[in-house]
Design a protein around this ligand. Structure first.
Ligand code: GCW
Length: 653
């Protein structure tokens, strides 16, 4: 029997576990250039360590440059993020500011690991703000966290550990430059992050992040002047409130040189906000923007404002409309250091939603796209669900509101994702979920990056370069979103998950609740009509898109039940009935999940045994849960309609 060729991997390093590499170019033996800044030094250290892990014996030559083949590091002054890799004589030159060098070095190491001798790259990131939002609480728990306790908090206090620096490296290595460390729902001691009580800890965290060019952001409570300042109001137009914020910011920004600004969830799901004082969202955001502006600070203002105490009997209120209804009329009223943070879809991170129409209404306001790599509604890091193809679809979407620069990617000026990381040794719970972290980083730098190439690259960096492993793992990743979609809620309808924890099926779990997420299914029809005859949501899009979505014929089928209420006998384009399509998707989705699990099992001899076993366990749970989804959704629809599956597969009457 052939000996197994297994690569052992230190998965706590994720894609930064550089593997030994044959045939490295001659020039990697020498590094010329001595960066002066903290980031530049970190870049040099990464380069030395990366090359050594790949098996090179590299020396750093700090003397006068000569003509011998070498890697030349050229550091420019400033904070610019631009980076250039180019051939220089028989060697390579990597140039940029200190921060640019970090991106350049990681990119260079990636190229070497992928087998390119002279990588050439000249690039600047698409957005100046590319960050992760942590929903981490002061007690160390994480709202919607699926990979262990918080990296940033323990027992009511912020913490800086040896992993904080590792985390900063991971973020910088895929192009991210910011991190908001606490939950947008600000509770408990997290309120006191503004007070100076945790100055020491925050300074340490900020310094670890800064070394890799990652800025610190904090989530703040709009009513902090009451909670902390003992004022009687948080009215944004009240002079004492404004004064309180100015003073607080003055102290905080002086204490934390790497702080860039605040993230605010106001008037949303019970959080305080300007509406309580009869003020607009713009008045609220601008008050904070003014307070941070002397320090070059920025405000990220979330647009997740909707009525979360809706009466389910009220069929006229449509939650999908809420963001545009609240924010579109305010375009142009926000200060230039405010960014409106908009979830990718109009409701809430479901596996299939249309693109939020709000992106098309902000001609004179900075906007920021918010994605979620924490898999709250997409399998909670127990199911494999590679989200990068979905994010690309959103970024590529044409809003049809202007002739040029019309896609979402071209309209936004910042980008973020709710983080999927925690203290688990593999950072993301499911080993394959790290592809979402890596992929989001790459996409935030270059929104035209190819999700499939990202998947392949990530697989090689994580598991080594065996072509069968690369094809199989990237193949699993690329199919995974469609598979998850098929066995869960059908055709864009969303919300058939269990209430509160959002895992597993419960088709009526949210039906008689206050959250505004209804399908209103009866024995004849399912869905909410959102065309002009219905809630009018479609009219929030530009006329061409509005007409497309309003027409059942032209509406993309995968979104049919997001936009329309339809009878079960409605004919799909391929002639199947709507109900048969749903049955088929659920049976197929399960089979496809099983095929993904089997494909993984075929790699047993080729993978690090620890990774193999962990992912196999997760697939077991995915299959159990996929079967549950299939059977619950199919059975529920069968019992409602009494229409059997044409193919007579098992449903439970
Ligand atoms: O969908 C909801 C989540 C909440 C989250 C909220 C938000 C942080 O279930 O847990 O709160 O979205 O985005 O603010």
């Amino acid at each position: 029997m052939q000996p197994k060729e297994v690569i052992f991997v230190d998965y706590s390093l994720l894609w930064l576990d550089w593997k030994p590499k044959d045939g490295l170019p001659e020039y990697v033996k020498r590094i010329v250039g001595t960066p002066a800044t903290r980031q530049g030094k970190a870049a040099l250290r990464e380069l030395m360590a990366g090359l050594s892990a790949m098996g090179a014996e590299t020396e750093q030559c700090s003397g006068k440059p000569d003509d011998l083949p070498a890697i030349r590091l050229k550091e420019y002054p400033g904070q610019d993020e631009k980076v250039t890799l180019r051939r220089s004589g028989d060697g390579m030159e990597i140039s940029g500011s200190g921060q640019g060098l970090i991106y350049g070095v990681f990119r260079f190491l990636r190229h070497l690991a992928l087998g390119e001798a002279f990588p050439e790259w000249e690039s600047s990131p698409a957005y100046p703000i590319r960050m992760l939002d942590h929903w981490d609480n002061d007690d160390g728990s994480i709202e919607r966290g699926y990979s262990g306790p918080s990296l940033f908090f323990r027992d009511g206090r912020p913490i800086c550990t040896e992993r904080t620096r590792d985390y900063a490296r991971l973020l910088a290595s895929c192009g991210l430059n910011g991190c908001c460390i606490n939950n947008v729902n600000v509770h408990g001691n997290a309120l006191k992050l503004l007070t100076g009580s945790y100055k020491r800890e925050l300074r340490r965290i900020a310094a670890c992040l800064a070394e890799y060019g990652v800025s610190l952001w904090l989530s703040v409570s709009f009513s902090a002047p009451i909670e902390l300042g003992r004022l009687e109001t948080a009215d944004p137009l009240d002079p004492s409130v404004r004064q309180w914020w100015r003073e607080t910011c003055g102290r905080l920004f002086a204490e934390l040189p790497n702080l860039v600004g605040f993230l605010v969830k106001a008037d949303s799901e019970g959080r305080p906000g300007p509406h309580s004082y009869g003020r607009s969202q713009a008045e609220g955001a601008n008050m904070l923007a003014e307070a941070v502006s002397p320090f070059g600070g920025k405000i990220l203002w979330r647009c997740f404002v909707y009525n979360c105490t809706q009466d389910w009997r009220d069929a006229r209120t449509d939650r999908a409309r809420a963001q545009c209804d609240h924010f579109a009329p305010l375009d142009g009223q926000f200060r230039e250091n405010v960014y409106l943070q908009i979830k990718n879809g109009p409701v809430d991170f479901q596996i299939r939603e249309p693109v939020s129409p709000l992106f098309g209404h902000l001609e004179h306001t900075n906007s920021m796209a918010e994605f979620q790599i924490a898999q709250e509604y997409t399998g909670q890091q127990r199911h494999v669900c590679y989200l990068i193809p979905m994010f690309r679809e959103v970024l590529d979407f044409h809003l049809e509101h202007r002739a040029e620069r019309d896609t979402v990617a071209e309209n936004i000026s910042a980008i973020c994702a709710v983080s999927n990381t925690g203290s688990d040794f593999n950072w993301t719970g499911h080993d394959l979920a790290a592809a979402n972290l890596f992929g989001f980083g790459l996409l935030s730098w270059d929104p035209s990056a190819d999700p499939e190439l990202i998947a392949r690259e990530w697989t090689i960096l994580s598991f080594g370069a065996d072509p069968e492993v690369t094809d199989t793992v990237s193949g699993i990743l690329m199919r995974s979103r469609d598979v998850y979609e098929k066995y869960t809620a059908p055709l864009g309808i969303g919300w058939m998950c269990a209430p509160n924890n959002h895992y597993g099926p419960s088709p009526e779990g949210y039906e008689y609740d206050r959250w505004g997420t209804y399908h209103r299914a009866n024995h004849l029809e399912i869905g909410v009509e959102r065309g002009p005859e219905g809630t009018g949501y479609t009219q929030q899009y530009s006329p061409g898109l509005a007409a497309m979505y309003a027409s059942t014929e032209d509406c993309p089928e995968e979104l049919l039940l997001f936009f329309h209420r339809l009878p079960y006998a409605y004919r799909m384009k391929d002639g199947r009935t709507l109900l048969q399509r749903i049955y088929d998707d659920h049976f197929e989705g399960y089979e496809e999940a099983k095929a993904m699990a089997e494909a993984w099992e075929n790699l047993e001899d080729k993978l690090d045994p620890g990774i193999y076993a962990r992912v196999r366990e997760r697939f077991r749970e995915q299959l159990r849960c996929a079967a549950e989804w299939r059977d619950v959704i199919n059975t529920w629809l069968y019992r409602l309609t009494l229409i059997p599956d044409e193919k007579c597969r098992t449903i439970y009457p």
